[in-house]
Each structure stands twice: as structure tokens, then as C-alpha cells.
Ligand binder design. Structure first.
Ligand SMILES: C[S@@+](CC[C@H](N)C(=O)[O-])C[C@H]1O[C@@H](n2cnc3c(N)ncnc32)[C@H](O)[C@@H]1O
Length: 263
């Protein structure tokens, strides 16, 4: 169940922030050879794999994830979009020795590297998989999106974000890492680091409400042990009330590092 919602949240994230995705794919796609082979690390439901395949009609994608359920979802969605011939899935734990994969013109890792227990070891394996002259794109989020504009609601949202950041730290998640430094340590030459500050203001399409509801609910469940009963009730009220609000706003931050394996 939790997975279903994470999958839906990932899909909605891409749909709501589609302009940013297009800008990102235009930028990176322009630097790839014709008929590229792309490896999507921690592909999840395949938001990135499918966007890459749609944007680059000659690309072939290998989508790697440890989670069989995510990969099953990915295959269904790829078939729905008639992309199944160009996207294939590999189940693997990226914290272990990787299975043999075809060399990549682009390795894409969106919101996945921070989950790994040993990112340095994974980046060493990624380097070996990258064709000389090939690229590695890391996409990471510094924090989860924010939605609330009213000052009292925004203050609660801020407090939740701070608590979540502390919890991530305790769990050893590598969020907020200097991925450029890590890519360089693995042998890559970092060619760009771009920060995308995304702000969507009302009126927003209906799917934004569902996106905000899922994100707030997920945050609420993640903080059940840290928030007061009153704060949890306030979050529940806010999530239920979202469809009636005219001031829903989306603020999200993404950082993208692009690096090249020397030719
Ligand atoms: C937040 S999701 C991101 C999914 C997708 N890249 C996106 O941008 O929507 C992180 C993904 O990393 C995968 N993951 C976490 N640890 C992993 C590991 N050790 N090996 C392979 N995949 C892993 C999870 O199963 C999950 O699908």
C-alpha cells in the first residue's frame, strides 16, 4: 500500500513539474550521441526512464532497481506508453556487485543515490559502466516540496520539514550530499551543477491537489512519532481541506550534477 502511494507520488511529481523535466531533458539530451544507451539507477516506477525514452526516440533504457514491485509497475507503464521495446528492467541491489550491463552513454540517477549505503562504491561501479566520453546525471532534491502559503500553515510545514531532515540524518540517508565531489572522486569530470528552484502558483491543475495531499499525508505518517496529537490533527485537517483551497502553491528544489567520464 505504502508502495502504491510512493509510486503515485513519483508519477504525480513528474506530471506536476513537467516543465522542469522538459528543460532538463532538452539540456542533457542535446549532449548525447544518436541511439544512446541509458542506465537509470534506482528507476522506481520509471518516471525518468519513460521521460527519457519519450524525449529521445532512438534511446534504449536499462532501468535498474532493487524493488521488484516498482519494476513491475515500470513495465506496465512502459507498455501503456508503447515503450516496452526500448525500456528493459534489471533487478539489482546497487549496494552489491552489479550484474553485467551494457556500457552506458548516460547514467541517470534521480532521487536514488541518497538511498545507497555506500554511494562511493556504487559510483566506482558506475564509472566502469560509463563509456569513455559518456555522462552521469545526478538529480537530487534538497527537501520535499512545500505547498502551504498561509503563514500559520507554512510554519507547521516548515517544522515538519525540519523534523524530517533530522530523521533522514539519523537514518543515514545521504541527502544534501556534495555529489559533485563524490563524482569527481570516482574519476568523472563535473561539467555542471544546476539548481532548479521551482515555484508553481495558483490556479493549478487538479492533479496538484492530489500530489499535495499524498505528500502531506506521507509526511504526516513519517512523523507520527515526533509530532504532537494537535499537530497531527492539524495536518489531517490541512490535507482534507486542500481541494477547497485556492492558495495551493508548489515550491520545490532540485539540484542536478552533470559529469563526464574522460574520453
Ligand atoms: C525515491 S525513489 C526514486 C525513483 C525514480 N528514480 C524517480 O525519480 O522517480 C528511489 C528508488 O531507489 C530504489 N533503491 C533504493 N535503494 C536501492 C538499492 N540499494 N539498489 C537499487 N535500487 C535502490 C528504490 O527501490 C526506489 O525505487
Amino acid at each position: 500500500m505504502a508502495h502504491t502511494h510512493l509510486g503515485e507520488l513519483l508519477e504525480l511529481d513528474a506530471a506536476v513539474l513537467h516543465e522542469y523535466y522538459t528543460e532538463l531533458l532538452d539540456w542533457i539530451g542535446a549532449q548525447l550521441p544518436d541511439r544512446p544507451h541509458i542506465v537509470d539507477l534506482g528507476a522506481g516506477t520509471g518516471v525518468g526512464s519513460r521521460a527519457l525514452a519519450r524525449h529521445l526516440p532512438t534511446a534504449r533504457i536499462t532501468a535498474v532497481d532493487v524493488d521488484a514491485e516498482m519494476l513491475a509497475h515500470l513495465r506496465h507503464r512502459a507498455a501503456d506508453d508503447n515503450l516496452e521495446d526500448r525500456i528493459h528492467t534489471v533487478r539489482a541491489d546497487l549496494d552489491q556487485p552489479w550484474p553485467e550491463l551494457e556500457p552506458a552513454d548516460l547514467i541517470w540517477a534521480s532521487a536514488s543515490l541518497h538511498h545507497l549505503s555506500d554511494p562511493a562504491a556504487a559510483l566506482t561501479q558506475a564509472y566502469a559502466l560509463t563509456r569513455p566520453g559518456g555522462l552521469f546525471a545526478v538529480v537530487e532534491l534538497d527537501s520535499f516540496p512545500r505547498f502551504l502559503a498561509d503563514p500559520a500553515d507554512a510554519a507547521l510545514e516548515d517544522r515538519c520539514q525540519d523534523l524530517l531532515a533530522a530523521k533522514r540524518l539519523e537514518h543515514g540517508l545521504h541527502m544534501g550530499e556534495a555529489w559533485g565531489t563524490r563524482l569527481a572522486a570516482a574519476g568523472y569530470t563535473v561539467t555542471a551543477e544546476r539548481q532548479f528552484d521551482l515555484v508553481l502558483r495558483p490556479p493549478l491543475p487538479a492533479q496538484t491537489t492530489r500530489y499535495a495531499q499524498l505528500a502531506l499525508t506521507r509526511m504526516r505518517h513519517g512523523l507520527e512519532d515526533r509530532l504532537s496529537v494537535e499537530e497531527l490533527a492539524a495536518l489531517d485537517r490541512l490535507a482534507a481541506d486542500l481541494p477547497h483551497r485556492a492558495d495551493l502553491t508548489v515550491r520545490a528544489e532540485r539540484t542536478v550534477w552533470l559529469a563526464r567520464r574522460p574520453a
